[in-house]
Write a protein that binds this ligand. Structure first.
Ligand SMILES: [Zn+2]
Length: 333
C-alpha cells in the first residue's frame, strides 16, 4: 500500500471546488512517456496551474503502472525544482474498467480514479461505481464516474455513436454512488477524428471543416439538477489545424481530422465543467515536431534531437490550453 499523500500528490476535491467557484477548468493531460510528462510539468509550473496527470489503460500497458506512478512522484519533486512552491498535481486513472483496476491504482499511489461503467446498463453502472467509491473514499481518493456514451476511440475505449447523458438520471446516479465528479456526454468524442465530414459544415473562407456545436442545453440541464457538482468533459482536443498541417507537410497523412473548437471549450470551462481531458492534441504536437526533424534533417539519429523539439512543442500547446482555453493559470501558488 502506497498513499498518494506520501508522494506529494493531491486528490481532485479542492481543485474542483475552487474551479467551479472561479469559473475555470483543470487540465487533465494524458502521459505515457518522459517527454510528455516533462512538458506537462514545465507548463503547469510556469503558469502555476493545478494539473491532472492521466494514465489510461493503454498507458499502463505501454509504460507500466508502477513506473508511471514513480514518474508522477518524480514530477512533484521536479515541479518544486522549477520553483513551484506547492505543486497541485493529481495522478488519475483514466477510464478504469473494473473494480480491481481501480483498487490497484488506489493501493499504489493514485490520488484519483475514474470508473467507467458508462457502457453498462444503468443499474450495473450504479453498483460498480458505488463499490469503487466505497473503497477509494477510505483512502481519501476521489472518484470520477461516467453517464452517457461518447463516440470515438481512445485507447481501448470505443463506442459507435454517442448517447447524450440523460439529465433526468444524474441526481439519482450521484446520490446512489457518492461519486466526486461526473463525466457527461454532450457531443465531445475521443480521438483526432471526432466527426465525419458529413456531420460538419465547411467554412467558406478557409475550406476547413466546422464541427456541429456541443449540446450546451444538456450541460445546462445537468447543472440545474446538480448545482455546484463537478462535471468532466472527455474527448476535448481541438485538433489544431496548424499541427495537422505540419504533420501533413512532412510526410503525415491526417485527412479530415477535426476536434472541438476552443471557444466552445472556453464556454464550458466557465460552467460546472471543471475538468477537461486533452490527449490527441499533444499527440499531434509531438508527432508534428518529430516529423519536421525527420524530414528536414534526415541524417539526425540522436533521439534527443527530435524528442527535444517534440517536448518544446507540447509544452507550448499545454501553456496555450491552460492560459487561453481553461483559464487555470495562477490558481496554484
Ligand atoms: Zn475519455
Amino acid at each position: 500500500m502506497v498513499s498518494y499523500k506520501e508522494l506529494g500528490l493531491v486528490n481532485t476535491r479542492e481543485m474542483f471546488a475552487k474551479a467551479i467557484d472561479g469559473g475555470y477548468a483543470i487540465p487533465a493531460f494524458n502521459f505515457n512517456n518522459m517527454e510528455q510528462l516533462q512538458a506537462i510539468i514545465m507548463a503547469a509550473a510556469e503558469t502555476k496551474s493545478p494539473v491532472i496527470l492521466q494514465v489510461s489503460k493503454g498507458a499502463r500497458a505501454y509504460a507500466n503502472q508502477t513506473l508511471l506512478r514513480y514518474m508522477a512522484q518524480g514530477a512533484v519533486e521536479y515541479a518544486k525544482e522549477l520553483g513551484w512552491k506547492k505543486p497541485q498535481i493529481c495522478l488519475h486513472l483514466d477510464h478504469g474498467d473494473s473494480f480491481e483496476t481501480c483498487k490497484s491504482c488506489v493501493d499504489y499511489g493514485f490520488s484519483s480514479v475514474m470508473i467507467d461503467g458508462s457502457s453498462l446498463p444503468y443499474d450495473e453502472n450504479v453498483a460498480l461505481t458505488k463499490k469503487v467509491v466505497e473503497y477509494a473514499h477510505q483512502f481519501d481518493v476521489t472518484v470520477e464516474a461516467e453517464l452517457g456514451v461518447l463516440a470515438g476511440v481512445e485507447d481501448e475505449v470505443s463506442a459507435e455513436e454517442s448517447h447524450y447523458t440523460k439529465p433526468e438520471e444524474v441526481i439519482d446516479f450521484v446520490s446512489k454512488t457518492g461519486c466526486d465528479s461526473l463525466a457527461i456526454s454532450i457531443g465531445t468524442s475521443h480521438g483526432a477524428y471526432k466527426f465525419k465530414p458529413e456531420q460538419c459544415t465547411v467554412d467558406p473562407a478557409t475550406g476547413r471543416l466546422v464541427p456541429p456545436p456541443l449540446a450546451f442545453n444538456v450541460l445546462e440541464e445537468v447543472e440545474k439538477k446538480l448545482p455546484g457538482f463537478p462535471i468532466v468533459l472527455h474527448g476535448s482536443s481541438s485538433v489544431p489545424q496548424e499541427e495537422v498541417d505540419t504533420n501533413n507537410a512532412h510526410g503525415g497523412k491526417l485527412q479530415a481530422a477535426v476536434g472541438i473548437p476552443e471557444e466552445q471549450l472556453r464556454k464550458a470551462a466557465k460552467s460546472a465543467v471543471c475538468k477537461i481531458n486533452i490527449d490527441s492534441d499533444s499527440r499531434l504536437a509531438m508527432t508534428a515536431a518529430i516529423r519536421r526533424v525527420f524530414d528536414e534533417k534526415p541524417a539526425e539519429f540522436d533521439p534527443r534531437k527530435y524528442l527535444g523539439p517534440a517536448r518544446d512543442n507540447m509544452k507550448k500547446l499545454y501553456i496555450h490550453k491552460i492560459v487561453n482555453v481553461l483559464g487555470s493559470d495562477g490558481k496554484a501558488e
